[in-house]
Write a protein that binds this ligand. Sequence first.
Ligand code: CA
Length: 226
Amino acid sequence: MKKILVCEDEVSIRSFVVFNLRRVGYEVAEVGSGEEALALYEADPTFAIALLDVMLPGIDGFETCRRLREQSSTMGIIMLTALTREEEKVNGLRVGADDYVTKPFGIAELLARVEALYRRLQVPTEAEQLHSGVFTLDRHAHCLLVEGQPVELTQIEYQMMEYFFRNPGRLLTRSEILEQVWRNEAYVDDKVVDVNVRRLRMKVEADPSAPHHLLTVWGRGYQWNG
Ligand code: CA
């Protein structure tokens, strides 16, 4: 099942993307608004990936992403953002996207990012729990327990937490985290690590601005203390 939901209101871009995704073997459903994307997902929650444009009529891509993420913590979400709007990239990741591609994009880049995310989603999980202090990572339910309370994680957040859990107290550099979680994908930059760390802190820290567990090692990377 390689099903992907493409949400883009510009018909020429959408047709181009849909044509190429189908060409490489994806089953594609296409819509022109966030509302339609949400309705379609509700009717058929088997999509592996959603590709969301930011600027849409009605609710925008960020809001669409946020609502899709409420429905599914494991679906892959890629935002299509405008080249000149740096804040769009970060916003997309904040509302739960796994990745972003900036417009104008080449089709080779887009397909590479979709394929890479799809491969990550296929990584099998063993039924087992990892423990670190008051935290438990449940590989079966695919969530984080904080003092026994479940906290939903995106696919990327889960993989980062697993890496941190397996390396407590060790400095993990951005490039090590990129290599482990993103498998050295050509188009990913360090900023993605920082944004995901910020998002994880909202979930694991009592005060995200003064972290006790997910620490910054200035200029070098991050360190996990359970
Ligand atoms: Ca648009």
